[in-house]
Design a binder for this molecule. Structure first.
Ligand code: ADP
Ligand code: MG
Length: 470
């Protein structure tokens, strides 16, 4: 393969990353390689069958479009499983399925051999990290409620009335959702009261897809129904009509029979755009808790706990207080970056034999210090701030009233919702009293047109933006 091809592939990946976002990208595409490029066909490989079938059914068109944007002649993308390539040297035709965006729903071309193992694995739950327990979870202002609710769930007894169902925890990345969910699973299963099953949304889908393949849906459902607490992580990744219907079913069946459901996601239920309204309201009907970003104090405590844990394996390792304080101040991002920072210090001090100093810390964590992420702006906040600015009520904005004093603020609010959030037009319409997406589009265009000429309005909007983003 030529360098040019590799460079092109790098650019295609860049496009993809921009389009679908870092998180989704690294979940599904980080391990995809270019194998070759011939006569209009790009051959890509991934390490597992699951990745292949997932990408095939969810990202086929996107992938092809990104290639075509980079190189028009490419008209087909072929996906292969890498291990198969290595094992057989030559690729058997069966391992190749074309990805052309129309076929490939992930169910085809697959003999039912590995089915049993697949279904079994699916029922076994996703792997757990032994470090993610309540003991290692540091409680602070931003996560008190989430932690308390999680503990309550973990302490639940068989046959006892469930207090809130589902428990729904949401937050940005790296703020401890997975940690709490796994803590519930460890603690619940240790008590032996109720069987707790932890599944990533991906695993839930995989289990479902697998069981369909072997015509074993019943077994899958039965097994799910045999558990006391179902924990689903990263619900935002749940995709596909069938899976969602099945999820809805499972959710209803469990809740209606008094079993506990716990869910984590990167957004509140109302923002899970791909789920239908009934599921969203069912999800919102339990206890919805947000984990806010970690404050400096909490970051410090987490670091301290981490160092203590690390010292039990590496007795020589010590991080002086100023360094901890420095990292807690500088690395504002999230728990994952804190962990990364400490790991680097540990590696560095192990490899060089030097003790950890502030200079070393500054050097090692430099790239983890990012400018503050732009705040997640919520549509409710936009409505609240705009209503206050124009002296109308929030319900005026959502109402069908068409008097000039509400129409303009409403248009401004819709415009801000489009420019400051990632919500789609239909979603914004829904959040503004169930309006059509064309109404939202009209509002956005209207305001865009006006700000070019109307200095006063342009300034007003700037002020509103600043208020919302600070
Ligand atoms: P999320 O699932 O919300 O993206 P994780 O649960 O994976 O976040 O947390 C990221 C990292 O930060 C993990 O290593 C986790 O243990 C750590 N972490 C986050 N919050 C806390 C906390 N309150 N106490 C201890 N560790 C935490
Ligand atoms: Mg997580």
């Amino acid at each position: 393969m030529t360098n040019t091809e590799q460079e092109r592939w790098t650019r295609v990946k860049g496009r993809l990353r921009t389009e679908i976002g870092e998180d989704v990208y690294s979940s599904w595409f980080a391990r995809m390689d270019l194998e070759g490029l011939e006569s209009g066909t790009a051959r890509l490989s991934v390490p597992t069958r699951f990745l292949k079938s997932w990408i095939q059914s969810h990202y086929a068109e996107r992938l092809l479009a990104c290639w075509q944007a980079e190189q028009n002649e490419v008209n087909r993308v072929e996906l292969i499983v890498r291990s198969a390539v290595l094992r057989n040297a030559a690729v058997k035709p069966k391992e190749i399925e074309s990805v052309n965006g129309h076929r490939g729903n992930g169910f085809e071309g697959r003999a039912a051999t590995a089915g049993d193992a697949g279904a079994h694995e699916a029922l076994g739950g996703s792997p757990l990290d032994a470090r993610l327990t309540f003991d290692s979870f540091v409680v602070g202002r931003s996560n008190t409620l989430a932690q308390a609710a999680a503990k309550q769930v973990a302490a639940g007894k068989r046959g006892e009335t469930v207090m809130f169902n589902p428990l729904y925890i949401h937050s940005g990345v790296g703020l401890g959702k997975t940690h709490l969910l796994q803590a519930i699973t460890w603690a619940g299963n240790a008590s032996g009261e109720r069987k707790v099953l932890y599944l990533t949304a991906e695993k839930f889908m995989y289990g479902f897809v697998q069981s369909l393949r072997v015509q074993n849906t019943l077994a899958f459902k039965e097994a799910l129904r045999g558990i006391g607490v179902l924990v689903i992580d990263d619900l935002q990744f749940l995709q596909g009509k069938n899976t969602q219907a099945e999820f809805c079913h499972t959710l209803n069946a469990l809740i209606d029979s008094g079993r506990q459901v716990v869910i984590a996601s990167d957004r509140p239920p109302s923002d899970l755009e791909s789920l239908d309204e009934r599921v969203r309201s069912r999800l919102a009907g339990g206890l919805v808790v947000e984990i806010a970003s970690l404050g400096e104090e909490l970051r410090f405590e987490i670091l301290k706990a981490r160092v203590a844990a690390a010292r039990s394996h590496h007795p020589g390792f010590d991080v002086p207080l100023p360094v901890l304080t420095y990292i807690a101040k500088a690395v504002t991002h999230n728990g994952r970056d804190l962990e990364g920072a400490l790991n680097r210090l540990l590696a560095h001090s192990k490899l060089t034999g030097h003790t950890v100093t502030l200079e070393m810390a500054e050097r090692e964590v430099r790239d983890l210090i990012r400018p503050q992420e732009p705040k997640r702006v919520k549509i409710e906040d936009i409505q609240r701030v705009v209503a206050r600015q124009y002296n109308v009520s929030r319900s005026d904005l959502l109402s069908s009233r068409r008097t000039a004093n509400v129409v303009r603020p409403r248009q401004v609010a819709m415009y801000l919702a489009k420019t400051l959030t990632l919500r789609s037009l239909p979603e914004i319409g829904r959040r503004f009293g169930g309006r059509d997406h064309t109404t939202v589009l009209h509002a956005v265009r209207k305001i865009e047109g006006l700000v070019g000429n109307d200095m006063a309005l342009a300034e007003e909007i700037e002020i509103l933006k600043r208020q919302l983003q600070e």
